[in-house]
Write a protein of this length. Structure first.
Length: 337
């Protein structure tokens, strides 16, 4: 589905040592086809980022960004002036931390599937090299969208209609530790709300308990786990929440004991809808682990058939080694002989 870009402003942030410089663009960027493609790429890249956190604006934190955004939505403040105020807060927060950040600060108001979003993202720069027709080396700078780690998206529609849920803002937690996440929360003036990993784990526990109570055979359980995983994976791809009633429709055969009723009867601490943590739900269909120089991954349905686990001896026996691995092992053994 097409993305409808309403407003876009891009500023440049350059922090070296303890000095943060923000170079403001003079006006809004004209919306055209290139802008639409760029924001669509950002939208999908953001949706694909794992390990997001969810939060809401907090009255106990700096409210400048929230107030500026609300003023913009009330037509009391221009979009560019909103980004100017938010950039000043970003500079203040960056000055408190030791990590350096250089890149383009993107503010975009857009609509996707009848939902209004405000995306705020720091996009770093990557050097690319090429050879000219004269066989000289040339370099160019590109936006490294796939590696963005500082980004948040406010669901403006949910802010209006479901503010009490405290999860209308999502953000990338990042790989550089809690300081990065805390920094961006402080910049926005937010407090973290629902935990996708915790909710996804509760959902998995409920699904496993439900499958056990229904006394499905192994094949039926594997098929239903795969269907639940596919549903959750689609939610991750689209950026939508998983819904318990939709999960129930996926799991329930007939109306004897629907999954939704089962969750209520067993009092699971599960929201009616919740953001999905992909890594957590992947464990529903796949076992994987690494350590001590060994990395192993296999589909759950193979346990007890192609893969045998002996808890007493702490061993795995794999029947039917993947052809490429088997080829490597055979060539190694031949060379050793």
């Amino acid at each position: 589905m097409a993305i409808d870009v309403k407003k876009l402003v891009v500023h440049y942030v350059d922090k070296k040592d303890d000095d943060t410089q923000i170079h403001l663009r003079n006006d809004e960027m004209a919306v055209n086809d290139k802008v639409a493609v760029f924001i669509e790429q950002l939208h999908h890249a953001y949706n694909g980022k794992p390990g997001k956190g969810y939060c809401a604006f907090s009255g106990d934190k700096n409210s400048v960004v929230a107030s500026a955004m609300q003023s913009y939505r009330n037509s009391e403040l221009g979009f560019w002036h909103m980004t100017e105020q938010a950039s000043a807060v970003l500079k203040e927060e960056l000055d408190k931390y030791a990590f350096n950040e250089t890149g383009y600060l993107v503010f975009c108001h857009y609509q996707y599937v009848a939902t209004d979003y405000m995306l705020i993202a720091m996009i770093n720069i990557k050097e690319h090299y090429s050879i000219t027709s004269e066989l000289d080396l040339a370099s160019s700078r590109h936006l490294d969208i796939s590696r963005m780690q500082l980004a948040a998206r406010i669901d403006l529609t949910a802010w209006d209609t479901q503010a009490e849920d405290n999860r209308y803002i999502s953000f990338i937690k990042g790989r550089a530790g809690r300081k990065v996440a805390d920094f961006f929360l402080d910049f926005l003036g937010c407090e973290e709300g629902i935990d996708p990993k915790q909710q996804s784990q509760v959902m998995l526990n409920a699904v496993e308990d439900y499958l056990s109570e229904q006394q499905f055979d192994k094949s039926e359980k594997d098929d239903l786990r795969k269907q639940v995983f596919d549903y959750c994976n689609d939610c991750v791809t689209t950026g939508e929440d998983a819904n318990v009633s939709e999960l129930s429709a996926t799991l329930t055969k007939g109306d004897d004991n629907p999954f939704e009723s089962f969750c209520k009867e067993q009092s699971y601490d599960l929201e009616e809808s919740f953001p999905v943590d992909k890594k957590t739900v992947t464990s529903m269909v796949k076992f994987s682990g690494l350590g001590g120089g060994v990395s192993i991954s296999f589909e759950r349905k193979h346990l007890g058939e192609r893969v045998m686990y002996n808890e007493a001896t702490d061993t795995l026996v794999i029947k039917g080694i993947p052809p490429n691995l088997k080829d490597q092992l055979q060539r190694f053994m031949e060379s050793e002989d």
